[in-house]
Design a protein around this ligand. Sequence first.
Ligand code: FES
Length: 315
Amino acid sequence: MTQHALIDVRVVSVRDVARDTRLFEFARADGAPLPDGEAGAHIGVHMANGVMRQYSLVHAAAAPKSYVIAVKCDAGGRGGSRWMYDELREAALLQIEAPRNNFPLAEHARSSVFFAGGIGITPIHSMVMRLQALARPWTLHFACRSRADAAFYDELSSMGGTRLHFDDESGRYFDMAGAVKRAERDAHLYCCGPAPMLAAFEAATADWPRELVHVEYFTARAEAATAGGFTVDCAKSNKSFYIPPGRKILHVLREGGVTVSSSCEEGICGACEVDVLSGIPDHRDAILTAAEREQNKTMFVCCSGAKSDKLVLDL
Ligand code: FES
């Protein structure tokens, strides 16, 4: 697998911040500053068990000395969070990928409203702290099953913009539709949380201007396109490939000697983005907005396919 540039880091601290939720702080092994981490950005963490996962940065900073991520132990997950939780300790060495940002903050918006569910607070924490530092207004709706699940509870609950919701105390789920209705019509709306919360957010914002709606996914949003039956021309390398049924573009190109970066291979990290010169992609990623999908200027070849007989890519 072709990798984004890797950085050797050391775990400098580990601490619990909520039930089954742990903060990990990484510093560069050689002591140098790390690449800038914008609000909403994530890093890829390569684990000793061979798994790679993306985790959002808790703080935004330029050339920081360390990155902090929050990991919720998911006993039923695919092994990433379990390994971090059970195995990763202070002083351990591992490799990470430099930050990418698929969930950028509109810093100068007149109004910003955030919706976070459970561990989905992580990227949103970096955003509200950034707006706080800029003295910009913000409102945060933070919903958890119970108070014990709320990471950064003390810090966030002391800030005037925070609205907390706990299912077990209120006896009902968070009212997403009502909260969105109360937002100002020119507000930028952001959501990160479990799948039911994202679905409620998408339904509640269906008639909101798309450029004001921002969602962060940490699992694939759609199945990869593997119908095949089309051709991909690589303009720069002057190579052409038939993509047969059952195959992904990324793998066919790679086997044919075309270098394409990749990381998650499920349309959520952004590593495999390629410019489209002609043709119509069948977009399956969780990154592009509806407007960007319609423009067909770019695509993610780890998961997306083609609606046209041919794609010409800038590769
Ligand atoms: S490899 Fe992550 S989006 Fe394609």
